[in-house]
Design a protein around this ligand. Structure first.
Ligand code: SF4
Length: 336
């Protein structure tokens, strides 16, 4: 089965995709405080994306926009309401037996908080062996060799095997998190805010490490971050998410130099006020995002958009091409 183009995003990726996300929807039950009736949190609402082999796709947006839910759904860690995820042409929800096992090994998550990623009572060696034992991979000896190899790939030596998590620095522990993700020799890594718990120097080290690993091991990455500096450093293309929907996708340079969606422009001005692209050009983000329990009708950004017109509140925008083919924007009035 060949991967098809995702619904609603006509030009998804410059390369034949390794990962295809098609019209994914994930809503959670939410309690209505007034009447006690169940409402739904529209966490992910019709997201389509594609990621080419060896590509790093950045996914940015404010907290609560659905990025982490999307990450878990892409990995098959949470059941979706509708839509599907294809990995190398296989629908991950339909895979069974050996195919399912291979898929689980090929797709790994790099956690956000290194301290909570490990059991505090367990030495790192034991924690690192667990996924190999769960997948029944190799003898004890072979597992040790594979762990040593993964530690070497992230710049740690075998002395760390005897340490408890609290005996490591945040940066060392995040390297161990990356090593654990590499143990099963994945092809695709989802990095969910991998540097958000680190200081500036460790953040730079981990980002450089991820760039290096991607090149050396030919990995494909989905890099989730609220920090535009992270995606500017690392990503080939960037998708911008607002209130459960992707609103703009573009090659990195194009997105930072010619953002077309008013939300992206405001996000840039708010996150990178010092950047030449943002200097005095855009309005910063005003107010809080609306509740994902009852998202606004039409364009979801219309309640905060400085360019909103009457049409925006009643009609959801489709996809428009911006300057270049790979630059897609979901807005009735894109551009400056
Ligand atoms: Fe703003 Fe209208 Fe574009 Fe939405 S569709 S981002 S409200 S201009």
């Amino acid at each position: 089965m060949t991967a098809s183009a995702p619904v609603g995003l006509p030009v998804p990726s410059p390369r034949a995709p390794l990962v295809v996300v098609e019209d994914l929807v994930k809503h959670y039950p939410a309690k209505d405080g007034t009447w006690g009736r169940k409402k739904r949190v529209h966490s992910v609402d019709g997201v389509s994306l594609a990621i080419g082999p060896g590509e790093v796709l950045g996914l940015v947006g404010e907290s609560g926009c659905g990025k982490s839910t999307l990450a878990r759904a892409v990995l098959g860690l949470t059941a979706v309401d509708s839509g599907r995820v294809l990995f190398d042409g296989t629908d991950i929800a339909q895979a069974r037996g050996r195919d399912r096992k291979a898929l689980r090994q090929s797709m790994q998550l790099v956690f956000q908080d290194p301290l909570s990623a490990f059991d505090p009572r367990m030495r790192l060696g034991t924690s690192l062996e667990t996924p190999l034992a769960q997948h029944r991979l190799g003898s004890r000896e072979e597992r040790r060799e594979r762990i040593a190899e993964a530690l070497g790939q992230v710049g740690l030596d075998e002395t760390y095997l005897d340490r408890l998590p609290q005996e490591c620095s945040g940066g060392q522990l995040q390297r161990a998190v990356v090593a654990r993700a590499l143990l099963l020799r994945p092809r695709f890594l989802v990095c969910d805010e991998p540097t958000s718990a680190l200081d500036a120097s460790n953040r730079a080290h981990i980002l450089n490490l991820l760039v290096d690993l991607k090149d050396r091991l030919g990995l494909t990455l989905l890099m989730i971050s609220h920090d535009l500096r992270v995606v500017r450093h690392l990503c080939d293309r960037v998708a911008v998410m607002y209130l459960g929907k992707v609103v703009e996708v573009a090659p990195r340079q194009e997105l930072f130099e010619s953002p077309a969606h008013p939300y992206t422009r405001a996000l840039l001005a708010s996150s990178l006020p010092e950047s030449p692209e943002a200097q005095g050009t855009f309005s910063t983000l005003q107010g809080e995002p609306p509740s994902p329990v009852s998202p606004p009708s039409g364009c979801r950004f219309h309640t905060r958009c400085p360019k909103a017109q009457q049409r925006c509140g009643g009609e959801a925008p489709g996809w428009n091409r911006a300057k270049v083919e790979q630059h897609q924007v979901s807005c009735h009035f894109p551009g400056p």
